[in-house]
Design a protein around this ligand. Sequence first.
Ligand SMILES: Nc1ncnc2c1ncn2[C@@H]1O[C@H](COP(=O)(O)OP(=O)(O)OP(=O)(O)O)[C@@H](O)[C@H]1O
Length: 361
Amino acid sequence: MHDLELIQVGKVYDDGTTAVSNFDLAVEKGEFVAFLGPSGCGKTTTLRMIAGFETITSGDIIIKGRNVTDVPPERRPTSMIFQNYALFPHMNVWKNVEYGLAVRGIAAAERKRRVGRILEKLGLTDIAQHRADRLSGGQRQRIALARGLVVEPDILLLDEPLGALDANLRRIIQNELKLLQTELGITFVFVTHAQSEALGLSDRVVVMSNGKVEQISDPRELYTRPQTPFVAGFIGANTIFEGTVAAPTRAGSARLDTPFGPMEGVGPREVATGGKAIIAIPSDALDVHPPGWQAMAHNRVEGTVLSREIVGHVGTLRVALPGRKPVQVESHVDRFRDLTAREGDTVVMSWDPARSTVIAA
Ligand SMILES: Nc1ncnc2c1ncn2[C@@H]1O[C@H](COP(=O)(O)OP(=O)(O)OP(=O)(O)O)[C@@H](O)[C@H]1O
């Protein structure tokens, strides 16, 4: 049995805005799933529908085998943590964390036991008597987390919980969050528009655009095998060429005719001969050679070096091609050492067909 299932879930707001359509997802117990996508794509709406704060217009939401579509938020086995934490400013930390238990009618002795335990787990015991509005962003975030966890939910829903923190604190709390999730074995559903956060923390990422699911994959597959043009453009730093499918050359791969010559890549999805398609190449899959390099007749593109930069361990080369935006090659600095090309030089870029993906456009 899944912890959470969304079956063809849709949401049309009263003013006619379609926020989410045909959303299908099944989440295992203990999984960490992130909803990732640009602003307005429907992430928060979906999370709020799971929590029960928003009604759904179509489909069903099943939690642990039970259809909760008509169950109010306080009777769902979920807890939600908001970006602004929504703490009671005048109450102390203990009271903030205890509140949800009191609302649920949990007896005083049990409340004391649970609050004490969760404050200890999150390192908040020493500030239990401090007022919430006198605390730092990191402390407030932990209190919000304690408040969500103290009710012992099956599913913790987190809406951009780290959005208000500075980069350093964000990293620290990301680590804590991941450790806590692994330790408690609770299912986490996390909304973010920060790609690194989604890819770094989750077991699976749901990429959304315009209220629709584009792809549900583990982070690695999202990087290496985008399934839609949107994902290819949104995740990582892919170079994308447009073309027409010349022939599915062999099982699982396809060849495209493009303005930059023939290109071959893995085509995990059905792509019809003669149809429009794109090929996506991760920036670190590109090899750079001197002009005149001819070892491959396909998957080779010639351009002019615009810039060459090394920051830490990463080398970046920007290469201009006629009639399109520059191509970015990223690589570990070691691979750049032997590269003599400088600004203005002609280079040939090539890549292994197995590392590029053909997607129907
Ligand atoms: N109460 C509402 N009434 C009408 N439209 C709404 C309402 N809330 C959200 N929307 C619209 O629904 C769409 C999805 O919004 P939602 O907040 O779910 O997106 P999001 O991906 O979470 O965005 P963000 O990252 O900016 O929070 C948007 O077009 C938004 O304007």
